[in-house]
Design a protein around this ligand. Structure first.
Ligand SMILES: [Zn+2]
Length: 270
């Protein structure tokens, strides 16, 4: 018994000593603990960001085989699907987003020769049907509409661009003609209307088209003073189908918003 009592003293001292050491260690670790809390916070933020982008990703339902590439400047979804780029499902063809050389409209619609100025041509089925509706409404209002250029194959665009480049040089050609693969005409979703008259929208026919095109889902694709956005000079004759909802947004009382600025994408050759 005596021996045990004698032993308890050093044990107590050792116990106190351990407590003191533990206390010192805790005090020393305290800032580190804060850091740990911060790290945890950061991780939380990251998780939150991930959650948000996942939610945003979920806004847009990818089609089978559609690949998500990036978010655009307007936080929309840039994807690639069957040889073409899309932003939230709207096809984009410009100097930054070419079509594959093998791309052809999935639902082509051949039209009657008399609806064109320069012979047979075709467009995407929906686009052609919308054009026919617009053409009939224009006719009722006393105006005649004819498509001067609709779908253009990759091969045709190769020849067209090369001819322009040989005549005016590549730099000049790039301001008004698309390199093969970069022309929206290969999509079947656009057309040139009543020739290529720079003052078309100032004519009575053009003024009617400018005012009513959006009702049929068409936009003026290369508006005046938007070269920095679209990558092309003003084209009063080139209309693109985007559907009525988006077309009406972009119309903006005749002060057309460019497709590029709405979708948040560039149009620049690399
Ligand atoms: Zn055109």
């Amino acid at each position: 018994m005596k021996k045990r009592r004698v032993k308890k003293g050093p044990i107590l001292v050792l116990f106190l000593f351990v407590i003191i050491i533990v206390a010192i260690v805790i005090v020393l670790l305290l800032p580190k603990k804060n850091n740990l809390t911060n790290t945890t916070k950061n991780t939380d933020t990251k998780t939150e960001t991930k959650k948000v982008s996942k939610e945003k990703k979920d806004d847009y339902t990818l089609r089978e085989g559609e690949e998500l590439i990036d978010k655009t400047k307007t936080n929309m979804h840039l994807t690639k699907y069957q040889g073409a780029y899309y932003v939230d499902g709207i096809m984009i063809v410009n100097k930054s987003y070419p079509l594959d050389s093998t791309y052809v409209p999935s639902e082509p619609y051949k039209e009657i020769t008399s609806d064109y100025l320069y012979g047979p041509d075709y467009l995407d089925k929906t686009v052609m049907e919308k054009f026919i509706s617009m053409k009939e409404a224009a006719k009722d209002a006393g105006y005649e509409l004819k498509i001067s250029s609709g779908y253009r194959s990759y091969k045709v665009q190769v020849d067209l661009y090369n001819n322009y480049a040989a005549r005016d040089g590549k730099d000049a050609a790039d301001t008004y003609s698309a390199r093969a693969g970069y022309s929206e005409h290969q999509s079947g979703l656009c057309f040139d209307l009543n020739g290529t008259n720079a003052n078309f929208l100032e004519t009575p026919t053009g003024a009617w088209v400018n005012e009513h095109a959006a009702d049929y889902g068409f936009i003026l694709r290369f508006p005046k003073d938007k070269e920095g956005e679209t990558g092309y000079n003003y084209e009063a004759w080139h209309f693109r189908y985007v559907g009525e909802e988006l077309a009406k947004k972009l119309y903006d009382n005749g002060n057309w918003i460019s497709l590029e600025s709405y979708l948040g994408v560039d149009s620049k050759y690399e």
